[in-house]
Design a protein around this ligand. Structure first.
Ligand code: PEP
Ligand code: MN
Length: 300
């Protein structure tokens, strides 16, 4: 038999979120006003949509420079590109490692961009942070707790991707791991979840945008590329995400997608990216209206 004190303090598993949520650092209850992640003159979660764009993987100097030039010319502020790649098959291209980080840093500096890249292990956080402005935690690592704690001790902003099958409670608890280590510069990224459908790679969860906004003050961006899996779906998903209130986009772009080492089919061409960039403002204006609906969702 538990003593009176043990019985009082024991919390059933299914009540942990509802009971503890008001005290979470990620919650609106803890911080009502939106967090804006600022880097130089770029504000993520501020009054303009932010475009992060670039290849799935950094492949060569020629490739990353060509793509950096293209996305900067269309108004992107942040260059994306993987140097340490979480590939399903161990035989697939794993990324250029530190050599890739150097190439990305040089290309970003040349075209006045910031850059974001994935870090996969705690021991690499310091090294990746020497080159990148924002550290990305990939979907497959959303619940890698030692990694979350390690980036929580970094002074770099963190782009946290939603796990392949994570609920919003799990997603927010992953962010909480980072905040509770002292790093409050977290950007949430919806990138589609596993479902039964076979017309896209992952199913983009648009409802997550207002639902997250109601619960958390953290900025929310959307990656339509990994959800789509094919470039023809990327622009509609990207615009829908902005119209649903996303603060920005993370988009894969390749100057020669047929020869890309990874995710070529979902990469926008430079022409496709220009078409998207031209429609961002219109979709964002709709988002300014629809994001008010998040205020109607009960804060939990
Ligand atoms: C990526 O953005 O490079 C990536 C691997 O995406 P995800 O972690 O969402 O699959
Ligand atoms: Mn990719």
């Amino acid at each position: 038999m538990p003593t009176a004190i043990q019985a009082e303090t024991r919390v059933p598993q299914n009540q942990i979120m509802t009971d503890a949520a008001p005290r979470l650092l990620v919650s609106r209850a803890c911080q009502p006003q939106d967090t804006i992640v600022r880097l130089n003159e770029v504000a993520i979660g501020g009054s303009v949509p932010v475009l992060m764009a670039g290849p799935c993987s950094i492949e060569s100097e020629t490739q990353i420079r060509a793509i950096a030039r293209c996305v900067a010319g269309q108004g992107a502020k942040i260059l994306r590109g993987g140097a340490f790649k979480p590939r399903t098959s161990p035989y697939s291209f794993q990324g250029l490692g530190e050599a890739g980080l150097k190439l990305m840093r040089q290309a970003a500096d040349e075209y006045g961009l910031l850059c974001v890249t994935e870090v996969m292990e705690p021991a690499e956080v310091e090294r990746v942070g020497r080159y990148a402005d924002i550290l990305q935690i990939g979907a497959r690592n959303m619940q890698n707790y030692p990694l979350l704690r390690a980036v929580g001790r970094s002074d770099k902003p963190i782009l946290l991707k939603r796990g392949l099958a994570a609920t919003l409670d799990e997603f927010l608890m992953a962010a909480e791991y980072i905040l509770c280590e002292g790093n409050h510069q977290v950007i949430l990224c919806e990138r589609g979840v596993r479902s039964f459908v076979d017309h896209c790679r992952f199913m983009l969860d648009l409802a997550a945008i207002p639902a997250l906004r109601a619960r958390t003050h953290l900025p929310i961006i959307v990656d339509p590329s990994h959800a789509a899996g094919q470039r023809e779906l990327v622009i509609p998903l990207a615009l829908a995400a902005l119209a649903a209130g996303a603060d920005g986009l993370l988009v894969e772009v390749h100057h020669d997608p047929d020869r890309a080492q990874s995710d070529g089919p979902q990469a926008l061409t430079p022409e496709g990216f220009a078409r998207l960039a031209g429609q961002v403002q219109g979709a964002w204006q709709i988002g300014r209206q629809t994001r008010r609906f998040a205020d109607l969702i009960p804060h939990v």
